[in-house]
Design a protein around this ligand. Structure first.
Ligand code: TYC
Length: 103
C-alpha cells in the first residue's frame, strides 16, 4: 500500500533482557585503633591486591573514612566480610568490614 502523507512506520522490538545477579560492594571502614600495617595485610591476604595497591586503599580509608575494596556476587562478598571480621576479632582489632548492594 502506498504511503499517504503523515503516515510513519515505527517498528517496536522487545529486547530480551539477560538476567544478571546483583553485585555487592565490600566496604572497609576507618577506626582510630587498627594498625595501618594490619589493614594492608588484610587487603593483600583477602582481596589479592599488591602491597602498593593495599597501601593506597588503606590510606584512602584512613583519610575518607570508608572505601570500596571490591565488588562481588552476594556469596563471595559475604565470605570476604566474614573472613575480614573474623581475622580482625582474632587479632583484637576493631576493624569493620561491611557489604552493600550495588545500584
Ligand atoms: N586509622 C587507622 C590508624 O591511624 C588506620 C586504619 C586504616 C584503620 C584503614 C582502619 O580500615 C582502616 N592507625
Amino acid at each position: 500500500k502506498p504511503k499517504t502523507e503523515g503516515e510513519t512506520n515505527v517498528i517496536t522490538k522487545t529486547k530480551p533482557k539477560t538476567q544478571r545477579p546483583p553485585l555487592y560492594k565490600v566496604l572497609l571502614l576507618n577506626d582510630d585503633y587498627t594498625p595501618m600495617e594490619f589493614v594492608v595485610h588484610v587487603l593483600e591476604r583477602f582481596f589479592g591486591v599488591s602491597h602498593a595497591h593495599a597501601v593506597e586503599i588503606m590510606l584512602t580509608v584512613h583519610k575518607k573514612g570508608v572505601a570500596v575494596v571490591g565488588v562481588f556476587s552476594y556469596e563471595i562478598a559475604e565470605t570476604k566480610v566474614a573472613q575480614v571480621m573474623d581475622f580482625a576479632r582474632r587479632n583484637q582489632h576493631p576493624l569493620q568490614c561491611t557489604m552493600e548492594k550495588e545500584d
